[in-house]
Design a protein around this ligand. Structure first.
Ligand SMILES: Cc1cc2nc3c(=O)[nH]c(=O)nc-3n(C[C@H](O)[C@H](O)[C@H](O)COP(=O)(O)OP(=O)(O)OC[C@H]3O[C@@H](n4cnc5c(N)ncnc54)[C@H](O)[C@@H]3O)c2cc1C
Length: 433
């Protein structure tokens, strides 16, 4: 615990959202629009997290068999991006390719319009508990040093359950060797002529990696060539122009181990360049291509998740089990990438999965709600829930609940779930299909 001095306190809010990725943006908007004085803490100088920072594209997935399953603020957000020419909304499968720069800008504008207090370049590093199972004070760090903030309710949308870890609530154990791999994604331009194969997922329940390039890399490997570990590859339009986002590198990384993180980042950067060299040398349309930009860091698919009041299982999720406290739906397949080879285990869903509110809260902390990738789900359910549209939907539920808890002075597990569902539906969130 770092030294907390009263002089360091820079703000008191009703709700503080830690993490400004897809889940955190929507959580903060939901809380603020529901009347809470809301702040958002983000370690980088922009919003969007893995989406806009790590260049992961598209946003998956708003529809199942043509029916909308994620609405609310998440859909409003992509509609706003589309108004600025930064998103394609017409894919039948409900995936939404986007322009990462428009993403950052629209997020910032929407948060500003909702009067969310933004703390950028600020990393949540510690918290002080009140002795009765509630977070009393949040400690953030920036170049100004350590500062403290207070709030009635907190949302952890850090992807890695960072704030939850700091509170010492129960977490799910994870085995680094079986984590899904991390990937350094990047934007490439100058592919000429454009790839004739599909460059993005348009249809439901289809694998959309580029099979020709996958087979080419496997062939080079079988011939004894030095081919780094790869996945896919997947290409996605960034809406305008000829550049494409690319997801091809993969490596095991434990984000809580600095050695693993450092080595992983360096290895993935080497692999990115080596793989592009191989494509340039062996696939004519890549001859004049160049890497325009790589992600601000490796994208982390899987790490720490909380052990909440309910641990959503893959079985429940795949069967589409309905819960009395369903607060979000998901339609992305259970999508597990393998760390050690180019494989991916995919189970498409017959119906959409449902997420219960109890998977967003722990019995051990009365004013913390978790949203996005780190909610309480086993690794199979999580392998679908982790995608962006579902992360945003859990964010809307978390932010709305946080505002209700503050307004009614309730612990997060005592919130009136019917009221929460009513507010969500009123705001066009989709809770049943
Ligand atoms: C390689 C890869 C490919 C993927 N492909 C797809 C895809 O095609 N479609 C799709 O929809 N999803 C895809 N995903 C999944 C998806 O991008 C993420 O799971 C999703 O972004 C999770 O959202 P989140 O808001 O929970 O977390 P994140 O996007 O990780 O956002 C967390 C935010 O919190 C911030 N933060 C973290 N710690 C702190 C702290 N201590 N203090 C302050 N701020 C903090 C981070 O900077 C970040 O902005 C992919 C992921 C990866 C890694």
């Amino acid at each position: 615990m770092v030294q907390i001095r009263t002089a360091d306190r820079i703000g008191t809010h009703d709700v503080i959202v830690c993490g400004g990725g897809p889940a955190g943006i929507v959580a903060a908007l939901a809380a603020a629009r529901n009347g809470a004085d809301t702040a958002i803490i983000e370690q980088y100088g922009f919003f969007g997290g893995t989406a806009s920072g790590c260049l992961v594209n598209p946003i998956s997935k708003f529809k199942k068999n043509g029916t909308q399953v994620v609405g609310g603020i998440a859909w409003e957000f992509v509609e706003n991006m589309a108004k600025h020419g930064g998103a394609l909304l017409d894919y039948p499968n409900g995936n939404v390719p986007f322009d990462p720069e428009i993403y950052k800008w629209v997020a910032q504008k929407m948060l500003g319009d909702a009067h969310v207090h933004m703390y950028l370049h600020s990393t949540a590093v510690d918290c002080e508990m009140d002795g009765h199972g509630a977070i009393k004070t949040l400690v953030i760090h920036s170049k100004a040093g350590f500062r403290t903030l207070n709030a009635g309710c907190f949302v952890d949308a850090t992807g890695d359950a960072l704030l939850a870890r700091l509170t010492n609530i129960p977490m799910q154990e994870y085995d680094v060797s079986s984590l899904q791999p991390a990937s350094l994604c990047f934007i490439i331009d100058g592919i000429e002529p454009q790839l004739p194969e599909p460059v993005h997922p348009r249809l439901d329940d289809t694998r959309y990696y580029n099979k020709r390039l996958h087979d080419l890399l496997e062939h080079l490997k079988s011939e004894g060539g030095e081919v780094p570990n790869f996945g896919g590859p997947w290409f996605c339009s960034i809406v305008s122009g000829t550049a494409l986002s690319v997801n091809i590198t993969r490596g095991a990384i434990d984000p809580f181990d600095i050695e693993s993180l450092t080595k992983g980042e360096c290895d993935l950067r080497n692999d990115m360049h080596r793989l592009v060299e191989l494509l340039k040398a062996n696939s004519p349309e890549f001859r004049h291509s160049r890497i325009v930009q790589s992600g601000i860091q490796a994208g982390i698919r899987e790490s720490q998740r909380i052990r909440g009041v309910h641990v959503l299982t893959g079985e429940e999720y795949v069967k589409g089990k309905a819960f009395f406290d369903t607060i979000a739906l998901g339609a992305h397949p259970v999508d597990i990438h393998r760390s050690r080879d180019a494989g991916q285990d995919v189970q498409f869903l017959n119906t959409c999965g449902k997420v219960p509110y109890r998977s967003l809260v722990s019995a051990e902390c009365s004013n913390l709600i978790v949203a996005g990738r780190c909610i309480s789900a086993d690794r199979y359910a999580s392998a679908s829930i982790r995608v962006q549209a579902t992360a945003m939907a859990t964010g809307e539920a978390a932010g709305t609940s946080a505002s209700l808890c503050v307004a009614h002075n309730k612990a997060v597990h005592d919130v009136d779930v019917r009221q929460l569902q009513m507010v969500l539906k009123h705001r066009k969130a989709i809770l049943e299909m």
